[in-house]
Design a protein around this ligand. Sequence first.
Ligand code: FE2
Ligand code: FE2
Length: 174
Amino acid sequence: MTMDGSLAKALNDQINHEFSAAYVYLGMAAYFESLDLEGFAAWMRAQSEEEWAHGMRIYDHLAARDTPITLGGLDEADTEYSDPQSVVAAALTLEQGTTRSVNALYAQAVELGDYQAKSLVDWFVNEQTEEEDTLRTLLSQLRIAGNDGAGLLILDRELAARQPGAAGESDAQA
Ligand SMILES: [Fe+2]
Ligand SMILES: [Fe+2]
């Protein structure tokens, strides 16, 4: 069915939101590169690639439904932060914002009876639960490690073990 114009606009905005998140995470990766925390850097880079893939999911949906795609601009991304903890806190805030916009998209799709879009957004709703959980866990662990260099290095090793696109189960199908 033809997509409602307001929903098409909201989905296009979400493409921009996902690509913007990809850019923010890339800036976070660059910050960790500057500290030589390679595990954190690799993790943030994988996260960036995932966000790009999220944007493409929506892009593909719009293309499949012959709905015009618009690609807005991206803001400059920070590559400097005060410490690792503030980076992960910023990432959690970013994800909480994404959850709000994904929830709004879901409500809009349901209200319009656009179950094709609802089905697309279902995946994002589940993804956000996992994204927030992962970042809250990482933030807690960083708080426990505090400014202890050894703790940070252990976390860095653990994060280095993440495979690209394997942040969680819901990404296995990405
Ligand atoms: Fe995302
Ligand atoms: Fe995300």
